[in-house]
Ligand binder design. Structure first.
Ligand SMILES: NC(=O)c1ccc[n+]([C@@H]2O[C@H](COP(=O)([O-])OP(=O)(O)OC[C@H]3O[C@@H](n4cnc5c(N)ncnc54)[C@H](OP(=O)(O)O)[C@@H]3O)[C@@H](O)[C@H]2O)c1
Length: 249
């Protein structure tokens, strides 16, 4: 399978890429701005499986030119992408009245527009030819591609909200709604789109949001769920927002 994971240089995304690379048949395209951290990912992946295939895609999700370059780099290795995990995320912890336009843009450029641009670029590599989608099979049987958007419990309507996270949480609410819209538009093309709304996981981002707390879930543990859902969840879900949290946040 050909799988692209964004935000693969740290936290949950690093572990998702690592776990997916245990299967030598998987080509894992790993996106982040840090080439050094992606090199570390590759080293660890090869250490656990000498035939692991990690292909670093270095760049910034908020830069259209980087995303276009990734397409060329991907096509040097394969002609289609089966699974996309939109995991990269940016968080600013600041009271609403202190947030400046540049803060809002930073968060939305990565968390929302980054997904928009990446999905637009990858769509031709993910869509399935209509003749392969027989009309009498359900989407779940015929679908062969899956987009998994990583949101947050903070983006879920009615969940507990926290001071300082208005830019982040509202961007994650946008990811949730975007998931439902894309699922509707892409079902005819054999692409399922789902969203995991995660609870707290002990990562760099969590420490920025909640410096005084320790999360009960490790990145490796959450990544195991995300990786499995990515490979199998489309058989059961489309356009769904799945909360993955044993506590709040
Ligand atoms: N940790 C939690 O408690 C928690 C809870 C709910 C939801 N989530 C969600 O889970 C996802 C992963 O978060 P995490 O906790 O693992 O965070 P993390 O450790 O801070 O990792 C964030 C990742 O996103 C990448 N990234 C950020 N901005 C980018 C950009 N503009 N272009 C390319 N890559 C970018 C970072 O890579 P570089 O800096 O190397 O570019 C890094 O690999 C996020 O979407 C987050 O919102 C986390």
């Amino acid at each position: 399978m050909n799988i692209l994971v964004t935000g693969a240089s740290s936290g949950i995304g690093f572990q998702v890429a690592l776990q997916l690379s245990k299967d030598s048949k998987n080509k894992v395209f790993a996106v982040s701005r840090s080439d050094e951290r992606l090199d570390t990912l590759k080293e660890e992946a090869v250490h656990q499986n000498s035939e692991a295939q990690i292909i670093p895609l270095v760049g910034n999700l908020s830069r259209g030119a980087d995303i276009e370059r990734w397409k060329e780099e991907i096509m040097e290795h394969c002609t289609h992408i089966d699974f996309l995990v939109n995991n990269a995320g940016s968080l600013i912890n600041k009271p609403f009245l202190l947030l400046e336009d540049v803060d809002w843009m930073d968060v939305y450029e990565t968390n929302v527009f980054g997904i928009v641009k990446l999905v637009r670029m990858l769509f031709p590599l993910m869509e399935r030819a209509p003749e392969k989608l027989t009309s009498n099979t359900s989407l779940n049987q015929s679908v062969r591609a899956h987009i998994v958007n990583i949101s947050s419990m903070g983006g879920v309507q009615g969940s507990v909200k926290f001071k300082g996270l208005s830019a982040y949480s509202s961007s994650k609410a946008a990811v949730i709604n975007l998931t439902e819209c894309l699922a509707e538009e892409f079902s005819a093309y054999g692409i399922a789109v789902n969203c995991l709304a995660l609870g707290s996981v002990q990562t760099e981002m969590f420490s920025t949001a909640f410096p005084d707390f320790k999360a009960a879930t490790t990145p490796a543990s959450m990544a195991a769920y995300v990786a499995d859902f990515t490979l199998n969840g489309f058989q059961y879900f489309n356009g769904k927002i799945v909360p993955v949290s044993s506590s709040t946040p």
